[in-house]
Design a binder for this molecule. Structure first.
Ligand code: UD1
Length: 362
């Protein structure tokens, strides 16, 4: 019997761990799984809604770390999770992605000589100013099982001198959730409630510090929204970090002036999938949405200078856009004029990643 911890902390972790949790449950004689939530994200709309939609049980341990600077948040997670490890003594810890909870829990585990498996290993933006890039590099360096979503990730790890025996190309686990829950998401009534028509709106998400933590960047983006919304309604589920920054920079009045921009609180998983699949285009700086839009075949413009998910550009529907008002407007107009990038679904983004992973450990 292998005792396993699955770590979740921030919103993008939940849809990556849910399929794995369910797959391990199929073999109760072989695996005993505990779900650990660090509490990095704690608002109902950033966490509980996802547990409900993804049909996840209440976490076995909830560490309630909350928000804080990188140093404070990471240290608080490490302090609290170490106690949990000492209490449960698991044989294996799974971490996902690139958030502070990922590196903090991985570091705790390896120092207690507990092997770590990293879901979504090997992705690199090569931008060390992004906190996520540091979290990725460090988590990969100390993990024992590097579970990669795409062949570029394998190449990155090999280039860094990782032993090939540690690398397992398993595919994109987030697509397991997306493909499984898509039929449920189709029943969401969010479009009716917002008065939107299919393929007649653009969907926006924005939360990267590089876009929202500076007045100049945020102003550039809001001005682009103002211009685009004259042609097509925009729907903007707004991340708590972005709400806070808009208030700090007193940009509320600029935002409120944009008549065709519908602001809503962070959406649940089904609601957001429904908004994604029916959007004319998506404008985002998220990592996961670049991948989900590729799988859904919806054009995606990513407001970042680089991406750790290059396969979404080479094979999918994604395109990077510079942080310039004119550029953002030009790219969206191009889509409205029918220049739509048709992509294909990358290898192993097939809804079977969790089962490939569990086979490794069986
Ligand atoms: C974190 C991840 C980022 C991921 C994002 C997804 C790190 C370093 N960053 O960024 O990679 O893309 O999650 O959402 O781990 N807040 C709330 N309620 C919450 C959570 C946060 O109000 O439930 C507010 C707080 O003011 C907090 C701020 O959002 O200070 C930022 O939260 P934090 O977890 O530090 O980073 P994110 O920007 O959410």
């Amino acid at each position: 019997m292998l005792k396993i911890h699955l770590i979740v902390g921030a919103r993008p972790n939940f849809m990556k761990m849910a399929p794995l949790y369910k797959e391990f449950q199929k073999y109760p004689a072989e695996f005993k799984v505990k779900l650990i939530h660090t509490g990095q994200h704690y608002d109902e709309r950033m966490s509980k809604l996802f547990f409900d939609d993804l049909q996840l049980p209440k976490p076995d341990e909830y560490l309630e770390v909350g928000s804080g600077s990188h140093g404070v948040q990471t240290a608080r997670i490490m302090e609290r999770y170490e106690n949990v490890l000492l209490k449960h003594k698991p044989d294996l810890v799974f971490v996902a992605g690139d958030v502070n909870s990922t590196i903090a829990c991985a570091l705790d585990a390896v120092k207690l000589h507990i092997p770590v498996a990293h879901l979504e290993a090997g992705l690199r933006s090569h931008a060390r100013t992004m906190p996520e890039e540091i979290n990725r590099i460090l988590t990969d360096a100390i993990s024992d099982y590097l579970l990669t979503p795409s062949p570029d990730a394998d190449q990155n790890l090999l280039r860094e001198g990782v032993d090939p025996k540690k690398i397992h190309f398993v595919g994109n686990i987030m697509i397991d959730s997306l493909s499984y829950y898509q039929p449920m998401a189709e029943h969401s009534d969010i479009l009716d409630r917002l008065g939107l028509e299919k393929k007649q709106y653009g969907l926006i998400t924005l939360h990267r510090p590089s876009n929202v933590d500076h007045l100049e960047g945020l102003t550039i983006i809001l001005k682009a929204f103002e211009s685009i919304s004259k042609k097509i309604p925009l729907i903007f589920p707004i991340h708590p970090r972005t709400t806070k920054q808009i208030e700090t920079f007193k940009l509320n009045s600029l935002l409120e002036k944009i008549h065709n921009l519908i602001l809503i609180p962070p959406a649940g998983y089904y609601q957001f999938l429904n908004l994604q699949m029916n959007a004319k285009f998506i404008l985002t700086d998220s990592g996961g949405i670049q991948e989900e839009s590729t799988w859904l075949g919806v054009p995606c413009l990513t407001l970042r200078p680089q991406t750790e998910r290059p396969v979404t550009i080479t094979e999918g529907t994604n395109k990077l856009v510079k942080l310039e008002t004119e550029e953002i407007v030009r790219e969206t107009e191009s889509i409205l004029n029918g220049n739509i990038k048709r992509g294909k679904i990358p290898e192993y983004w097939d809804g079977k990643t969790a089962s490939r992973i569990v086979s490794i450990f069986r």
